[in-house]
Design a binder for this molecule. Structure first.
Ligand code: ADP
Ligand code: MG
Length: 248
């Protein structure tokens, strides 16, 4: 089964999660095909970040199953570490290692987790930095870069692990407006290159351009999902209509 083109890459099947009394994910069913770009939107507190975090098991689930490439998520140990290496994650706060250079930030995972030799990791990292447009920053430290540059480095760092899927949790929300586009452009390029992506974002332009599907969440549930075109022009639920009324 693993790796066969017909199977979905990520499947959440009847997933429930509670934080104490809060039923934060309620019977979530979501199947993501290879190469699909899914944009997740919804009000603050609806469970979008938690949903992302369950996919690389930064959060455990209480019911249901999650599979990646046909394999259930391992609970712990080496198997979990190798699962995590297959799921790239980019957060709102760039989370680069402050005391490592840009190049080192990108080579660390491949050398430590994948056991790649340094020369090969360097070559690959420079190519990725080139791809995200920050090749000339390789020897600097994160604090010397703009927010938009740091976020592009964070994307390069995730890509260096050759993940099967990339998760983005509000990747542009902490950026000054003039830097948002340079990050979204990199994400659009990735999407066009066939990367499987789950993107939590309020950037409706990105959703319209790059998403195959929009998933609308509210209060822990997937309320509605559709193509961006159908979702934005004709949202079905009152909650989605309400939400779009506020942000568009
Ligand atoms: P979103 O990303 O859509 O804003 P989150 O997934 O961050 O939503 O949070 C969903 C709900 O779960 C919120 O009410 C939030 O306060 C709560 N929550 C998130 N993380 C935790 C946690 N670690 N412990 C308890 N409650 C949490
Ligand atoms: Mg969130």
């Amino acid at each position: 089964m693993t790796g066969s083109p017909g199977t979905p890459l990520v499947v959440l099947d009847h997933v429930d999660k509670w934080f104490g009394d809060l039923h934060v994910l309620q019977d979530i069913n979501l199947s993501i095909a290879r190469g699909e770009v899914v944009v997740v939107i919804g009000p603050s507190g609806s469970g979008k970040s938690t949903l992302c975090r369950t996919i690389n098991r930064l959060e455990t689930i209480d019911k249901g199953t999650i599979t990646l490439d046909g394999e259930p998520l391992p609970a712990e140990g080496k198997a979990l570490a190798s699962h995590r290496a297959e799921v790239g994650m980019v957060f709102q706060s760039f989370n680069l290692f402050a005391h490592k250079t840009i190049l080192e930030n990108v080579t660390l995972g491949p050398t430590k987790v994948r056991g790649m030799d340094k020369g090969e990791a360097d070559t690959k990292a420079r190519a990725l930095l080139e791809r995200v447009g920050v090749a000339n920053q390789a020897d600097k430290y994160p604090a010397q870069l703009s927010g938009g540059q740091q976020q592009r480095v964070a994307i390069a760092r995730a890509l260096a692990m050759e993940p099967k899927v990339m998760l983005f949790d509000e990747p542009t929300s902490a950026l000054d407006p003039e830097m948002i586009k340079e990050v979204l452009d990199v994400m659009v390029d990735l999407a066009e290159g066939g990367m499987t992506m789950v993107v939590v974002t309020h950037e409706m332009g990105f959703a319209r351009t790059a998403a195959n599907r929009v998933v609308f969440m509210a209060e822990g549930q997937i309320v509605e999902e559709n193509t961006p075109e159908a979702f934005f022009t004709d949202p079905q639920s009152s909650r989605a209509q309400d939400f779009l009324g506020k942000i568009l």
